[in-house]
Design a protein around this ligand. Structure first.
Ligand code: PEP
Length: 259
C-alpha cells in the first residue's frame, strides 16, 4: 500500500505574512488528519521557508522547497543548497518542475545532479516529469517520459529511487485550467511505473509514489486519485487558498483511505 502524498507548490507567490497566514489556516484544517494516512507537503518560496517551518512544527504537515542546487556551498550566487534547505526545516524538495525546465534551462542532467544532492543530505525529492502539448500531439509522450525518468534517475540505486516521489505533470495542463483526463493520467502513471520495473525491479516500482499535477482542483481530485497508479497530487494554483487546498486534501484522502 502506497501512502498518498499531496503537495502544494506555492510557486513565486506569497510574502512572509500571507504565507504564515495560509500555513496557519491549513494547520487548523488538518489537525484531525492522521499523519499515518497521508503526507501533506507545503512548498513556499525560499524567503518563507523558516517562518512556515515554525508554523507547521509538530503538525502533520511537512515542508518542501521548490528547487535546490547540487553543490553544498561555494561561489554560486543566488543558489540554495540541500544542507541549507535541511537547516531551514525542509523534508522534501521539488526537482525538475516544468517551469524550471522551460524558463531556467533545467535539463535531465541538472535534475539528476540535484536528486543526488538532495538524497545525499536526506531530503526527499519530488521529481517532475511530463510532456508538452507539441510532444503529446506528435505522439512523443512516452518517449519524453522515458527520457525524463531514465536520464533523470541515471546512476541511482534502487534504495535511492525508493525515497523519490515522481510527479507526472503534463506541461499543457499546468496553470492552464486543462486537466488530463483520469484515463490519460492513469496511462502515463502506469507507463512510468513500468519504466521503474524495467530499470529497477517490480517490488521497487510497486512502492514508488507517483503524483499527478496539472490544474488539480477540488472538482477533479477524486476522479484522478481514484486511478490505481495515482498516489497523490502536486497542486499549484489551488494550493494558494485554504478552502481549495483543504478540500483537495479531504477529498483525496476520502478516495484513498477508506475507513
Ligand atoms: C504545479 O505548479 O506543479 C501545478 C501543477 O500547477 P497548477 O496546479 O496551477 O496547474
Amino acid at each position: 500500500m502506497r501512502k498518498p502524498i499531496i503537495a502544494g507548490n506555492w510557486k513565486m507567490y506569497k510574502t512572509i505574512g500571507p504565507a504564515i497566514e495560509l500555513a496557519n489556516g491549513l494547520k487548523r484544517e488538518f489537525y484531525k488528519i492522521e499523519p499515518a494516512d497521508i503526507d501533506i507537503v507545503l512548498c513556499p518560496v525560499y524567503t518563507c521557508l523558516s517562518e512556515v517551518a515554525e508554523v507547521i512544527a509538530n503538525s502533520n504537515i511537512a515542508l518542501g522547497a521548490q528547487d535546490v542546487y547540487w553543490q553544498d556551498e561555494g561561489a554560486f550566487t543566488g543558489e540554495v543548497s540541500a544542507p541549507m534547505l535541511k537547516d531551514a526545516g525542509c523534508t522534501y524538495v521539488i526537482i525538475g518542475h516544468s517551469e524550471r525546465r522551460q524558463f531556467f534551462a533545467e535539463t535531465n542532467d541538472t535534475v539528476n545532479k540535484k536528486i543526488k544532492a538532495a538524497l545525499k543530505h536526506g531530503l526527499l525529492p519530488i521529481v517532475c516529469v511530463g510532456e508538452s502539448l507539441a510532444e503529446r500531439e506528435a505522439n512523443k509522450t512516452f518517449d519524453v517520459l522515458t527520457g525524463h525518468v531514465q536520464n533523470g534517475l541515471v546512476g541511482l540505486t534502487a534504495e535511492e529511487v525508493a525515497r523519490i516521489v515522481i510527479a507526472y505533470e503534463p506541461v499543457w495542463a499546468i496553470g492552464t485550467g486543462k486537466t488530463a483526463t483520469s484515463a490519460q493520467a492513469q496511462e502515463a502513471h502506469k507507463y512510468i511505473r513500468d519504466l521503474l520495473v524495467k530499470f529497477y525491479n517490480k517490488e521497487l516500482a510497486a512502492g514508488v509514489r507517483i503524483q499527478y499535477g496539472g490544474s488539480v482542483k477540488p472538482e477533479n481530485i477524486e476522479e484522478i486519485m481514484a486511478q490505481p497508479d495515482v498516489d497523490g497530487a502536486l497542486v499549484g494554483g489551488a494550493s494558494l487558498k485554504i478552502e481549495s487546498f483543504s478540500e483537495i486534501i479531504k477529498r483525496g484522502l476520502k478516495v484513498k483511505v477508506k475507513k
